[in-house]
Design a protein around this ligand. Structure first.
Ligand code: ZN
Ligand code: ZN
Length: 253
């Protein structure tokens, strides 16, 4: 990533702003539309407060904030090997099948979209980085990735129907200590969801449009599932999906 030396601030527009909005998806978060408004400013302020520990956050991306963004990516790396589909037939991120095809007998909405997106959505990956940052700063400690891509072959093998994990989602969890059991795990995952709602502006479930979602505890009792299923098509374009960390961090600001 390069910084093109012009500060990004209210009313800035363009691809650099879009990249910024995606990078800060876990710091409150707004839609990635390339238009720097109050939502984006809040993202920058939140990043300055939460990660940079700035006392007087400016809401402006200058050289210093840019450097902190780079540092943040390095501090919270993402192991893409852990995100690859385990089916043994695809290369790890599906085969690009079934674009604009939906589950039979169901409405044509993203929840039933059968498309194997070409990678994992950048906003969910950056949100996971922020989640790690928040976990580190609290009682939670380090989480690990427990599930990433799951293509149609994997779904068939497992008797699963949901297409959420075809690029729009990841699951994470926390290791149990020796004197903990499933119940402790459930309590911790619940608390962590609460933290992500407060800090990252996630919603529990999928009611709100264009908001990052967490599966509720009745579906994901002992892990934390995050996804971008509620976003409109324009925010789920193929250019937002990546298969390597290098690709994730390659766009300039
Ligand atoms: Zn697969
Ligand atoms: Zn999941």
């Amino acid at each position: 990533m390069k910084f093109n030396s012009e500060n990004l601030l209210r009313s800035s527009k363009g691809l650099a702003v879009e990249e910024l909005q995606i990078r800060l998806a876990g710091f409150r978060g707004t839609v990635w539309d390339g238009d720097f408004g109050p939502g984006t400013e809040l993202q920058v302020i939140t990043f300055q407060k939460e990660y940079m520990k700035a006392e007087n956050p400016t809401g402006i991306v200058d050289q210093k904030v840019f450097e902190a963004l780079e540092e943040f990516s390095k501090e919270f790396p993402i192991d893409f090997d852990k995100l690859k589909c385990p089916c043994g037939e695809c290369e790890g991120f599906g085969k690009g099948q079934f674009k604009d095809q939906y589950r039979e007998g169901k409405p044509k909405v993203e929840a039933y979209h059968n498309f194997e997106y070409p990678g994992i959505h950048k906003a969910i990956l950056h949100s996971y980085r922020a989640a790690q940052c928040y976990a580190k700063a609290s009682e939670f400690g380090s989480s690990f990735l427990s599930s990433g891509y799951r293509c149609h072959v994997n779904n068939k093998n497992k008797g699963r129907k949901s297409t959420n994990h075809m690029g729009k989602a990841l699951d994470c969890d926390f290791p149990l200590t020796s004197n903990e059991d499933k119940r402790d795990d459930g309590i911790r995952c619940d608390k962590f969801r609460g933290l992500l709602v407060e800090k990252s502006n996630f919603q529990i479930g999928w009611h709100g449009r264009n908001k990052k979602s967490l599966e509720p505890s009745n579906i994901a009792p002992t892990w934390v599932h995050m996804d971008v299923r509620s976003f409109s098509k324009q925010y789920l374009q193929e250019k937002y999906f990546v298969t390597t960390e290098q690709e994730l961090d390659s766009n300039d600001l």
